[in-house]
Design a binder for this molecule. Structure first.
Ligand SMILES: *[C@@H]1O[C@H](CO)[C@@H](O)[C@H](O)[C@H]1NC(C)=O
Ligand SMILES: *[C@@H]1O[C@H](CO)[C@@H](O)[C@H](O)[C@H]1NC(C)=O
Ligand SMILES: *[C@@H]1O[C@H](CO)[C@@H](O)[C@H](O)[C@H]1NC(C)=O
Ligand SMILES: *[C@@H]1O[C@H](CO)[C@@H](O)[C@H](O)[C@H]1NC(C)=O
Ligand SMILES: *[C@@H]1O[C@H](CO)[C@@H](O)[C@H](O)[C@H]1NC(C)=O
Ligand SMILES: *[C@@H]1O[C@H](CO)[C@@H](O)[C@H](O)[C@H]1NC(C)=O
Ligand SMILES: *[C@@H]1O[C@H](CO)[C@@H](O)[C@H](O)[C@H]1NC(C)=O
Length: 546
């Protein structure tokens, strides 16, 4: 602790632009207005909450990715002088589509910020494990940024640090073209995640954290991103994380840049750079609001309707060395203890309200443009006779279940199996608790259904899922934070049942996954001859460019 007098000296020194060496070596000095941390490039003042936690909002980890910094890896932040406030959120990275009215966030292009919650009673010997949250949003928006991490930290008795980060999405994060490769960086959005993970390695001891105990918990595109960090060739920093928790991993089509020149050209035209001789330079000089106005849904060439997303990680030969599932199935990935799982009705928020089988096929091809009519016909043989859902056309359930399997469930099961094969402890689950909204709308246990409960009521802007679901709060928080703290979901806070590790599937062995249910936590087997296995057997990862 540093005293008030030292703080006044520090503030004085800062105001005339000299950093104080004495203050820099102190851990957790507290000033009159909150805790202070010296990151070398900036000194931040956070907030001490009544529950014994420090809250740091809007800490910059990358220089503004504007102008000439667009479509490149994040640059280091500039040095600042004077005390910087870490007391309120900064802009979330621009996303596609209108934001809902209840969305409390502000958005912008200068968005490389992170938020941290952790115990206030740490020392520099504490070695506290880190829950590093990567939000989802289909790589086109930030679907769950700026959730309050305080509930998760409190659930561990303040023995964990929670970090959430922003990363660029849409064209800002995933503009792909040979021109970007030549004069910039492909996959800037994934590089943002790595930059933030490197920041954690460099700075988290100043918050009491242990850089060797970082567990990435990603949801949807955040979980898909995790998989990219497993196959990367970029080896400048090998051990950015010790474990992974992939919540509903999102695996859309991920093309080579040469297959995405149409998108680069189309986006350049929408952004007023269609006639420029150097479109990339024009985009770097263009007004940010014009770039954002051009950030719209697109259709893949030769497909009739827009895909959910066309802005996805691209196969750059380095960070993403090849088609991801080719590498996973060839065993070319880094293996760390991990958890993967899905919600029962992953596809219901995304699927077309199909009235005929042919509308289901069109929907699948809109999102996976490499699928031929024969491919989709073969896939559809596994989605026959599914009961109708109230409020939806007859073939909506087939569209929803096929999309769920192709995009989330089969990829998650496949990664669990290859990681188990590599000898790494792996756990798998299905979350089977519908929210009240899911029951009312017929969308059931939709994508993200568990998030308001995982974070704890009031810690996200998501609607209250109904009191029937509340028993899941300590159960979700228990398994998740146990894995973060001990790389094993069964160790730490008490959990209702032992969660067995995943095993390799064979005709003789049926691996088991945890089934999250109210007052009925159990496990379920995935037999070789079961429906789920048969459905995943028609999944075409190479062909679908996942
Ligand atoms: C901080 O306090 C909590 C609860 O009061 C305790 O469990 C934890 O071990 C303490 N952490 C440190 C690093 O002293
Ligand atoms: C932790 O703080 C103590 C006391 O200020 C100091 O002697 C020690 O060198 C520090 N350790 C580390 C790892 O920074
Ligand atoms: C997070 O929750 C805590 C406890 O309720 C509260 O004190 C804090 O202000 C919240 N932070 C934000 C950013 O809303
Ligand atoms: C390119 O220039 C032509 C002729 O001036 C104009 O009609 C067209 O709209 C421009 N295209 C784009 C994409 O700006
Ligand atoms: C599609 O399936 C039909 C019927 O089985 C077959 O005749 C045709 O050759 C297949 N087309 C392609 C492109 O494989
Ligand atoms: C789906 O389509 C059916 C039949 O056209 C219609 O009755 C229903 O309202 C639609 N549901 C939704 C959620 O759009
Ligand atoms: C518990 O869940 C299992 C699996 O879904 C189900 O078969 C069983 O009937 C449930 N038990 C109760 C008491 O609801």
């Amino acid at each position: 602790m540093i005293g008030l007098r030292a703080l006044v000296t520090l503030t004085l020194a800062l105001s005339i632009g000299i950093a104080s060496a004495a203050a820099a070596s102190a851990i957790s000095p507290t000033g009159p207005n909150g805790p202070i941390v010296d990151l070398g490039y900036s000194i931040y003042e956070g907030t001490t909450l009544a529950n014994g936690q420090n809250q740091w909002l809007g800490i910059r980890y990358g220089a503004p990715p504007l102008g000439n910094n667009r479509f490149r890896k994040a640059q280091p932040p500039d040095r600042t002088s004077g005390l910087q406030s870490a007391k309120s959120f900064r802009d979330v990275c621009h996303g596609q589509g209108g934001m809902k009215e209840e969305d409390p966030n502000t958005y912008g292009e200068d968005c490389l910020f992170m938020n941290i919650w952790g115990p206030s009673n740490f020392t520099n010997q504490s070695k506290i494990p880190i829950f590093f949250w990567l939000s989802g949003g289909a790589y086109i928006r930030k679907a769950n940024p700026n959730y309050n991490g305080t509930g998760l930290v409190a659930s561990t008795g303040n023995n964990m640090i929670f970090i959430s980060i922003n990363y660029r999405v849409g064209p800002f994060g995933f503009l792909a073209s040979e021109q970007v490769r030549a004069n910039g960086n492909l996959n800037a959005g994934l590089y943002d995640q790595r930059t933030a993970l490197e920041w954690v390695q460099d700075h988290i001891t100043k918050f009491g954290g242990d850089p060797n105990r970082v567990v990435i918990v990603g949801e949807s595109a955040g979980a898909g991103s995790i998989a990219m960090h497993l196959i990367t060739k970029t080896s400048d920093r090998e051990s950015l994380f010790a474990g992974l928790f992939g919540v509903s991993p999102f695996f859309p089509t991920q093309f080579f840049p040469s297959d995405l020149e149409w998108q680069f050209d189309h986006y350049s035209s929408l952004a007023g750079c269609g006639n420029a001789t150097d479109k990339l330079t024009c985009l770097r000089q263009q007004d940010g609001s014009i770039l954002q106005a051009a950030n719209q849904r697109m259709s893949y060439p030769s497909r009739p309707e827009p895909a959910l997303t066309t802005w996805t990680p691209t196969i750059d030969g380095d960070l993403v060395p090849d088609i991801p599932f080719k590498l996973f199935l060839e065993g070319k990935f880094r293996s760390v203890p991990s958890v993967w799982g899905v919600d029962t009705d992953e596809g219901t928020l995304f699927a077309a309200n199909a009235s005929t089988p042919s509308e289901v096929e069109t929907f699948l091809q809109n999102n996976y443009p490499e699928l031929s009519d024969n491919d989709t016909a073969r896939i559809l043989t596994k989605y026959q006779g599914i009961p109708r859902r109230l409020g939806f056309a007859p073939f909506f359930p087939a569209a929803a279940e096929a999309y769920a399997d192709l995009t989330f469930t089969c990829p998650g099961l496949a990664i669990s199996s290859v990681m188990t094969q590599a000898g790494t402890p792996t756990w798998n689950y299905r979350y089977n608790v519908p929210t009240q909204q899911g029951i009312d709308a017929g969308t059931g246990v939709y994508h993200m259904a568990e998030l308001p409960l995982l974070f704890g009521l009031g810690n996200s802007p998501l609607p209250d899922p109904g009191s029937r679901t509340y028993p899941m709060i300590p159960i979700l928080q228990g398994y998740y934070t146990n894995f973060v703290r001990f790389l094993n979901p069964n160790i730490g806070n008490p959990v209702p049942i032992n969660w067995p590790q995943w095993t390799i599937q064979s005709p003789a062995i049926s691996p088991r996954r945890l089934l999250f249910q109210v007052n009925n936590m159990t496990t379920e087997a995935l037999p070789f001859t079961g429906t789920q296995s048969a459905r995943c057997a028609v999944w075409l990862p190479g062909k679908m460019q996942q």
